[in-house]
Design a protein around this ligand. Structure first.
Ligand SMILES: *[C@@H]1O[C@H](CO)[C@@H](O)[C@H](O)[C@H]1NC(C)=O
Ligand SMILES: *[C@@H]1O[C@H](CO)[C@@H](O)[C@H](O)[C@H]1NC(C)=O
Ligand SMILES: *[C@@H]1O[C@H](CO)[C@@H](O)[C@H](O)[C@H]1NC(C)=O
Length: 301
């Protein structure tokens, strides 16, 4: 886009027909940019390893030996329901990590992570989740999936409201982090706006079987695909330091007060009973002085 705009200026004093052509091209690009990746995100690194395709409906991120790639949302948000459909790197994806996460800036930042740890062909991916509040993470929980995440697109969703953060996979909750500030004093993300990010990078020193299986670069480039990003969210304006949800017209955000009903509770239990790989809240070796305080409150933590 930037390049095209500068060529417009360049041609202005030359040929009107070229100007018209550039104008048509520009209006086409702008028209096709509504409600899609052109409108919602910026590619931030990896050069042409990150691509927006199909008029903005599809975004692919690739990793080769030289670099990974990534994007971020144009908007910042303070609470929301964020959905992305992702199709993970197929075949031998060992050593690769595909991410989709929310994060604010600075050393006391808040962050909510989905990271997908690749594996050898036919071996299961691990969905790695973490939550940072006021710069402190160490809240890892990991899961296997009940389907092959490389065959089709699946929905990965964050619900972030003042009550809790819930991670969903195809609408099934896999993790809940409650706001326990008043009872435990554990900070909850509630006043730092976050940006949404996605990336793919190499983490062969830890991702697959704890780093035992390395990346096989003969299979590069490794490509993950993203579709149908939807943020029902409060958009933060840094110029006015205010949230779009401050206005009365947005009081209808049902997700803002959404809690877990009994069906969701039992789905959550089902996933955690059958697919959970790691839970920091049960890792007494790691926390010999006692488990983190929020662990006792998040009963299914
Ligand atoms: C993902 O969500 C969309 C929109 O809610 C739905 O149409 C689609 O069936 C979902 N896909 C899966 C695999 O659950
Ligand atoms: C990869 O497959 C192995 C063997 O089934 C499994 O132990 C491991 O948890 C899988 N996932 C990752 C990311 O290592
Ligand atoms: C909220 O939703 C209800 C029912 O859908 C609707 O009647 C009402 O006008 C909405 N209010 C606002 C402020 O949008």
């Amino acid at each position: 886009m930037v390049f095209l705009l500068s060529t417009t200026t360049f041609f202005t004093c030359r040929s009107p027909s070229i100007m018209l052509l550039v104008y048509l091209l520009l209006s086409y690009l702008i028209a096709s940019a509504t409600g899609n990746f052109y409108q919602d995100i910026d590619i931030t690194w990896g050069d042409d390893r990150a691509r927006i395709l199909n008029k903005g409906d599809l975004l692919t991120l690739s990793l080769d030996k030289a670099s990974g790639s990534g994007f971020q949302s144009k908007n910042q948000y303070l609470f929301g329901l964020f959905n992305m459909q992702i199709k993970l790197v197929p075949g031998n994806s060992a050593g690769t990590v595909t991410t989709y996460y929310l994060s604010s800036q600075g050393s006391n930042h808040d962050e909510i992570d989905f990271e997908f740890l690749g594996n050898l062909s036919g071996d299961p991916y691990i969905v790695h989740t973490n939550i940072y509040t006021q710069g402190k993470g160490n809240r890892e929980q990991q899961f296997y999936l009940w389907f092959d995440p490389t065959r089709d697109f699946h929905n990965y969703t964050f619900l972030w409201n003042p009550l809790h953060i819930v991670f969903y996979v195809d609408g099934t909750p896999i993790r809940e982090f409650k706001n326990t500030e008043s009872s435990t004093g554990v900070p909850y993300p509630k006043n730092q706006p976050m940006t949404l990010y996605g990336s793919i990078w190499d983490a062969e020193d830890w991702a697959t079987r704890g780093g035992l299986v390395k990346t096989d670069w003969t299979h590069a480039p490794f490509t993950a695909s993203f579709e149908k990003y939807k943020a029902d969210a409060c958009v933060w304006s840094s110029s006015s330091s205010s949230s779009s949800c401050a206005s009365s017209s947005s009081k209808n955000n049902t997700w803002m007060s959404q809690e877990m009903d009994s069906t969701s509770q039992s789905r959550l239990k089902w996933v955690r009973k059958n697919y959970m790989v790691y839970n920091y809240c049960t890792d007494t070796k790691r926390f010999p002085q006692g488990l983190p305080p929020e662990c006792s409150i998040n009963s299914t933590a």
